[in-house]
Design a protein around this ligand. Sequence first.
Ligand SMILES: Cc1cc2nc3c(=O)[nH]c(=O)nc-3n(C[C@H](O)[C@H](O)[C@H](O)COP(=O)(O)OP(=O)(O)OC[C@H]3O[C@@H](n4cnc5c(N)ncnc54)[C@H](O)[C@@H]3O)c2cc1C
Length: 598
Amino acid sequence: MTRAAPDYIVVGAGAGGAVVAARLAESGFRVLVIEAGGDPLSGAVDESLDMPVSDAIRVPAFHAFASEHPGLCDDHWVKHHDDIQLRRRDWRYDPQRDGVLYPRAKGLGGCTAHHAMITVRPNDSDWNQIAAITGDPGWRASAMQRYFERIERCRYRPFFWRWLWRLTGFNPTGHGWSGWQTTERAIPLRAILDLPLRLALLRSVGSATDLQEEAGTRWETTTLDPNDRRWWNRGIAGIRVAPLGTRRHARHGARERLLDVHDRHPERLELRLHSKVLRVEIRNGRAIGVVVRKPSGGEELIETSREVILAGGAFGTPHLLMLSGVGDARHLRDNGIEPQQDLPGVGSNMQDRYEIGVVNRMKKPWGAMRGVTYSRKDRHYRVWKWFGRGNYASNGVLFSLAMRSDPRLAEVDLHCFALLADFRGYYRGYSERLRRGDYLSWVILKAYAANRNGSVRLTSADPDTPPDISCRSFSGPGDTQDLDAVVQAIRVVRRLGDSMDDLVAEEEEPGRQRSSDESLRDYVRQNAWGHHACGTAAMGPKAEGGVLDARLRVHGIGGLRVVDASAFPRIPGYFLAMAIFMLAERGADMLIEDADQK
Ligand SMILES: Cc1cc2nc3c(=O)[nH]c(=O)nc-3n(C[C@H](O)[C@H](O)[C@H](O)COP(=O)(O)OP(=O)(O)OC[C@H]3O[C@@H](n4cnc5c(N)ncnc54)[C@H](O)[C@@H]3O)c2cc1C
């Protein structure tokens, strides 16, 4: 790379940053990516370890261990409630940190280097809503479809569809076939081969179907593929098997995309790792560069000839904006920062999903889990390594039930995931619990929650002091319905548990002693967690709390954009990564168009 200022500086190499940077560099621009973490897959692998970071990242079944791996994790601590008494009632609450663990990763790929790899597109309504908020029809679902097709390299649907598309251009499934994000499905063979498990799962699916019928509704789809176009927004209640972002059944995604472009265009794409951006340098209302802490210590101003793109994630981006003088003017002054732009929406509007676990201890370990030690030294690891198959090719989720908590809802809002593990949310050491082979957990995910009251706020002008992150779970209008929806899902999952009660020793969480609606509501209010934070520098009119215009530019500051989870005005769909990839691809197109016009 020449010494000339890069065209673009991208801060953060996660789902948003890696994707926008790769596309810009591929399109001929000089791009500098600055990332606080390193490349966890570079360097020699210590063969003596049970799970070196390289395996923690690459092996799908090890993703929870990756999220706690010291080489990767960048933990945050969040407050679920303003009320300290309520906070304390969550058993995961850490009094020293006054919060609950919220896993985050730093390094190439950001959270996509440790996430569960589930790759599901958002619903059409998510994009159409952004188009309505911003007035830009380019965000409409019909226009965003091409980005999904540009990104995906689907390898789990029959070859026929790919062949039809290549030969005729006709693409009825809506999948992408030649993009950079390979999607695969790991057949849950272990579930099929383990007779008691197979029967238990069949019985639970039967119960779920009965329940739908009792409620006067039906499964609306028979396809297991959540990304099949024929079913979008036509009602997608049903049994789903989510595809994973893997290639030959090893994690593959934003990190690999960035490195691939870097290998092909090293003269245009520079990666600065282990370098934390401390603030954006703004002069006369324009971002001229960033101030970085060098790996060796000391600070450096790096200038750009065009724009700075923030992609530090839903916590990192609003934090950086505020440290740079962009945010609520009073709040900035209270923290000793001179405002450059009064934008009260920065750090507000934080949204997440609600999750809760129904954890069953079984009478005996699953045969399918025999020999599973989550280590590179067992036979399951060898089966994965040599054949890309077996237990470790899967992220642990067998399937999910997608349902509506209210038949009047336009979208499915509940997903219940079945996994052969003891999973009850995030706290230090949570991944160790997954080693138990005698558990079946249902993880309930409540999407489209009403709460928009979460916030990221400065506690100091020192960039190393973490911001205050407050979720304010179940604190606003619509929250009673959300609580009731989760309680309803617990009851559904319990019915499924009843259908295999000959196998279940005990429901440990929430525990059958919590049987009334009121006690379940209390339990959910105290214990629900999330891990898909977004919306903290959202697109929308400034007068309505928006931070970005429709082209992802920060209101009132030239040369500064945001391309990550922060930019969504409303939390999209059920999983964030694909939504962010699509946003980042469109962001890159907008940057290229705007550059052409100059
Ligand atoms: C445990 C877990 C499991 C998940 N599972 C799934 C899943 O299965 N499917 C799915 O779709 N989504 C999943 N998600 C969510 C998804 O991975 C994230 O929402 C997504 O990666 C967020 O992308 P982002 O670009 O906004 O931020 P990130 O991916 O978090 O990237 C931000 C990057 O910016 C860097 N950074 C921040 N501040 C600075 C700074 N000041 N200077 C330099 N660098 C900085 C960080 O180090 C980081 O690398 C999961 C998340 C978690 C935590």
